[in-house]
Design a protein around this ligand. Structure first.
Ligand SMILES: Cc1cc2nc3c(=O)[nH]c(=O)nc-3n(C[C@H](O)[C@H](O)[C@H](O)COP(=O)(O)OP(=O)(O)OC[C@H]3O[C@@H](n4cnc5c(N)ncnc54)[C@H](O)[C@@H]3O)c2cc1C
Length: 177
């Protein structure tokens, strides 16, 4: 490793937030730590990794909670109905006009349909404003609606809910040979 001859700030031990702030301000910082564990306990073993584990547990807990209300993920639906009995369709935020406008293109809408009758079995949404998209899908599940109803209902443009239309229409294209 090349050690610069001159830096704006020398950080001994932990202190990675200071290094980040300095870098954002266009300053140089050199971090020195005898155990080679830059960032100290917080970054390597403490706050950051433990919060990542906590987030994963929270998401898992939420998935179980939604399953209780009838919302299922693809894996659960396949386990319950058999992989050959379900069709899983996607709409990617990267192709959505509103997500593009806001520069939030990381995300997806995933719908799970019963192949026999096109009824909606479950949905997964990750990304911007996911909470707003849950409502129409929960209503569709509650009312026993399916791909036809979701494909034929016009959601306004440019709104993320258009992705529900697109994912529902994909169910019908998935049926074509
Ligand atoms: C599981 C876990 C979860 C945690 N969660 C949180 C949390 O959510 N929020 C929170 O606020 N805190 C949390 N903490 C506590 C937090 O990690 C510590 O309080 C914090 O890391 C202490 O920082 P520090 O800079 O005092 O010491 P350290 O992080 O231990 O850093 C000291 C550094 O100095 C180096 N050093 C020692 N001697 C020298 C020397 N002579 N020259 C140069 N470097 C030297 C060491 O190698 C070490 O890397 C958590 C801790 C654990 C274990």
């Amino acid at each position: 490793m090349t050690v610069p001859a001159q830096v704006d700030c020398l950080i001994l031990g932990a202190g990675y937030p200071a290094a980040l702030f300095l870098a954002q301000a266009g300053k140089s910082a050199l971090m020195v730590d005898p155990i080679g564990n830059l960032g100290g306990d917080c970054l390597a073993e403490g706050c950051v990794p433990s919060k990542a584990v906590r987030e994963a547990a929270l998401v898992r807990g939420l998935a179980d909670k939604f399953a209780h209300f009838g919302l299922r993920g693809a894996a659960q639906a396949e386990a319950a109905f058999g992989a050959s009995a379900v069709a899983v369709t996607h709409d990617d935020y990267a192709t959505d006009s509103r997500a593009q406008i806001y520069g939030e293109t990381l995300g997806f809408i995933k719908l799970v349909f019963d192949l026999r009758n096109g009824l909606l079995l479950g949905a997964q949404i990750a990304g911007m404003d996911a909470a707003q998209l849950i409502a129409p899908l929960a209503l569709a599940l509650e009312q026993g609606l399916g791909a036809a109803a979701l494909a034929d209902t016009a959601f306004p443009h440019p709104m993320l809910s258009e992705g529900i239309n697109k994912a529902a229409r994909a169910f019908f294209s998935s049926l074509s040979p």
